[in-house]
Design a protein around this ligand. Sequence first.
Ligand code: SF4
Length: 477
Amino acid sequence: MNRPYQLPDHSAERNRLGSVLRKDYAMNEDLRYLGLGKKYYIRTYGCQANVRDSETLSGMFERMGFLEANTIEEADVALFNTCAVRRAAEEHVLGEIGSLKPLKQKHPEKIFALCGCMAQEEEMVSRIAKQYRQIDLLFGTHNLWRFPELLEEAMNGRRTIEVESQGTGSVVEGMPVKRSRSHKAFINIMYGCDKFCTYCIVPYTRGKERSREAEYIIREINEVKALGAKEVTLLGQNVNAYGKDLGEKDGFTKLLRAAAETGIERIRFYTSHPRDYSETTIDAMREYQNIMPSLHLPVQSGSDEILKKMNRGYTIGRFYELYERMKEKIPGITFTTDLIVGFPTETNEQFEETLKLADTCRFDSAFTFVYSPREGTPAANMEDDISPKEKKERLAVLNERIGKYARMNNEAALGKTLKVLCDGPSRKNPSVLAGYSEENRLVNFTGEGIREGDIVDVKITDAKSFSLDGEAVTSSK
Ligand code: SF4
């Protein structure tokens, strides 16, 4: 049986109609036993926001009595928490859910669910609803807090698709959480994005910018700190706009200062936007030793013309100004960025401007992408006039340039001693430990008696493009 459903409406989301729902979370008592004797499995794609959402979904599953399964086959409920930023990632998810069909035929009692940004896209929801009948439950980002009741419907045999269309979203406090690690925690400070960069689907899938009240955020930091966390990452699509929707002036800097005052050992924040980055935030980073000296500041292009077509809301001059101010005020700060090549109409000269930017800023690392259109965004209506071959060549040139500076910057750390927060054995080579320095450099190192969550002095003995090797000198734990 199908429950009637609506499709997401991107034009309504652009208009930002309706108000934000703010409430405290409460789970219906009857749902506490829904998962007794059953197992769940979550597969997460995309950014830290999704990782954090999956921690909430795990928390909900466990509050309903489910236990975690190691594989989809073993699970009674399997949930795909998806990302819509790139087409290729979406195709991958479609391939995965497509391959569930035989399992569903063999075990019709199993529930397959899909959530995240793909579940908030007009075209995609319609396609999944019609062509992927093995999906029993689909819910968008605005309905995360309703997951237990929606799951109950699906388990009772009603195919359930729940997608709010106003694009205003919710801020729900007190949802359960099962954190994936105890020494590092992601803390949402806000949801959604109002920037509408022309290539990006996120403002349509995650709704309008809405901040959590500072009091709840600080309480969450204190809670994870009491449970042993050494590092928190404050999360939002555009953290520098924190508090604007609450009528707060300079809200992000005030929050950052309050977070630093909790005394937690390390604070990071992600993602920043050059348009909203304030001078006071730079001052707070300089003032507090527990705000880490590293910044991911996506610039996207070195050309003013292209930045304008992307609707980024700043000039390259403004970016250089911010960059220089931070380098000057925060000794040893490291910079990473995002860059897109082959945006519609990008000329060779404009691409050269991006290379010039890389030469000037000598980023410690960068996520580089070839432009690909996302349906439903304004850029998808622009002529995608750069050939795939040209895009690929530009990407290779840019990657080579980024790699060169990343290696140079890492080599400058040779012989130095860095403070590294140990994440446990390296995933690539479990015979060594891995962790991140204060400057967010990945360090693989050797040492005795060191555990996950220890902060260790590591002497750097070798440098590669995207990691360092070293030996532990002391452990400050
Ligand atoms: S700032 Fe731009 S790129 Fe980032 S989420 Fe918002 S619209 Fe997308």
